[in-house]
Design a protein around this ligand. Sequence first.
Ligand code: BMA
Length: 884
Amino acid sequence: MQTLLVLIVFCLGSGVCINVIDLSSSDSDVTWTFESKNGSITGRGSVPGGIYSDLQRTGVIGDILSGFNDVASRWVAYDSWTYTGRLTINQIPDTNVAHLVLEGVDTVAFVEVNGSPVGSTNNMFVRYVFDIKSQLKARDNEIRITFVSPVEAAQLRSEKHFAAPECVPDVYNGECHANQLRKMQASFSWDWGPAFPSVGLWKPVYIEFYNSAIIRSMTSHAEKVGAHWDLKIVAHLESSRKRKQIGGRIRASIKVNGGQTLTVDRAFESTTRDDGTSEAELNMTISENVISFWWPNGFGDQPLYDLHLRFTSDDFKETYEIHKQIGFRTLEVVEEDTSLLSCNDTAGPGLSFYFKVNGYPIFMKGSNWIPANILPELGSDIKTVDELLVSAREAHMAMLRVWGGGVYESDYFYQRCDQLGILIWQDFLFACSMYPADEEFLETVKVEIEQNVINLQHHPSIAIWAGNNENEAALRGNWYFTNPQFIKYKKEYVKLYVDTIKPIVEGLDPGRRYVASSPSNGKESEEEGYISEHPYDPHYGDTHYYNYLLDNWNQNIYPKTRFASEYGFQSLPSLATMRTATNNESDFRVDSAYSVHRQHSPGGYGFIQDQMNRYFRLDKSDTKYFEKLVFYSQISQAMAMKAETEFYRQSQADWYTMGALYWQLNDVWQAPSWSGIEYGGKWKMLHYFAKSFFAPVLVSPRLLLTHDVDIYLLNDRLVPIASGIITVDFFNWTSTTPMRSILIAANAHPLSSIKVPMSIALWKEEINEVFLRFSLVADGVGSSPYNYVFPIPFKSVKGLTKPNIQINVLSNIKPTTNGFRYTVEITTDTVVLFLWLETQEPGRFEDNGIIVTDPRITVNYVSNKQMSPQDLEKSIHYHYYMQE
Ligand code: BMA
């Protein structure tokens, strides 16, 4: 059914306004349908949307994340699909320009309006703008977008422009040659995710009508000069291709502290490029007295300032206005001779690699972000993005790396990062592959980089750009047997990341560092022609480190690095999360076809089991083997990441390591992976542990191979720790009363890791029976989590006994901003290892996987549901580690 379309008048302020017709399927004035190539499958389509979600919604395929449905529904990706939008425009606005704007087309498609071709697309990260003035007609109109199968398109391009690898490993159940398409690379499968090579209009679609020009986007550069900020604002204007000149008045206004609004306004006239674009620049000088600094999470607030930009054209007096929130902070990536570091004389030769924010060197704590959903149209879901980012903030993270195999995230994502103080290490979207560098490919990449840098540049959260994920390392390391063609691939690498991408980024965003790859040796890679001899050189840049063969809880295995931008270990998701993918109890075995299907990391379960067997004893014939494996795998992962992360934080003291971003924050399906948060949002033990191992103030021990224990005091704050007292309690396994305690005086400079000048020698005779607990009391330090040393594996300790645990929910329910906080009291008569609390009720415990060493502790439980303490108490069940 077609209805008469409503024009949205798009402008603020005075003057003639711009008309926009929104073509989202949620708008009742347009109907979208999809159709398979031979017409046998049709249905109502969604825009923004995609073919998998449409087929799922219309019941043609089942839940795509259930069972083996990724493979069972692969036919979808082999077919060609057409999306048709029908709309009735009663009266077409009589304007010079009528543009069809497709914010995101996934990926290779032909676009027709009323039967006439208007253009084609080949890059899902590009906004396409097509002139449809001569195609539109009064009343009924039809927009048709015909998608080529992405699998076929990739194959076809690969025949002409092959770039290694041949394909992903078989265990991924994936598709080949994702590198040929400018499409989310992980949509062809990854070692943590299924292949859903989708097609569709994954972002908004609309028609714009105007006469002169619009402001498509805005970039802003704030530089601190003496007692003021120099703010340069660039309006990126767009008009029709036919227009040669744009002229009018451009005005910027910003609301600063004290409610004052500052405004600049000027006349402007410029010649457009062939594509109808042009820029207008405005400068403002703002006193530092009316601006507050934006800080990363944990170091201060995140004040944001409303910036309005308005363009009024001379000829038609049309007005167009956009609005962004900006923040004021200085940020530089410091790569300087480490032998000259004033704060450290043990960093060895080479260059530092750290982020200096507002003049302070900040150790970056965080993780790596993969898309929030395997279907790109769902990855921007506000609730999911919000929960993940708030979870990151709660775990004291100040940086996330948006990894190169995903997408440029939604505007909402970056706005939330601005608000939450989460800095973004933004990869460009090339990952784990060689890439072609033919003309067609480079042309579309240019547009992609330009549009996305312009779109993201104003966010205070964006900290650094990186050309790709691991491609320098892959070429140097011959991952895909490219050595015989090393020179060819190196040439293409340089052509893409250095000759093409780098100048665009640096031209549009001169203030931010662009590194060609992550990991790389930063400046040193540049000196070595971008493919350095040893991309993992600990003396330079960032590193990625994975080792599944050694004992991951042993801090002595970890390598030095200036900045750890990836490291990780897998675990299984909880049974509750797995049950959203299968109800078949026989699937819950490591060797079931289902479990094998979900594990994409070759040898993955073996590595998890090896790690687990080092510390726990678990008999394969145990009737609860799988359930325990899930639990132990989460403990193993949490403890491994704790060991490694604290190693890096400690290493600020010697090697001047200045970052720890573990792999990976989130998940796209219910499967074993490196994530700390399961698909659906449930925190694994790792994420709870991150709250502690990333705590701003932490006593962090290192157990050496000699059984000596070094102690570090980590102070991730802008103020010192003065007159601190570290308490080391010696426990045996049978009691919550320490056998003896040692007190050590310790101080720490702001933003430092200090090795306490006293280590503890554990006697060989006692290591089977004792463990150590570390805590800190210091003026001005509100809280610092307990920390522990467990000298030998849990399976071998002597004296661990079954605890008597009582759970009691207190009656003091406190309202919070979006729910209620309940206090759960836990009492025990002895030490409890990894106490894991669960309830079916909605909400989250604020702490979990707890090492209980006090006879009474309390844990908060936060829920949006109001219930009686008794009901909550009854719903709580728990488990913990007990020797077999
Ligand atoms: C890294 C990442 C991903 C991968 C992860 C785990 O190197 O860049 O490509 O998922 O390792 O293997």
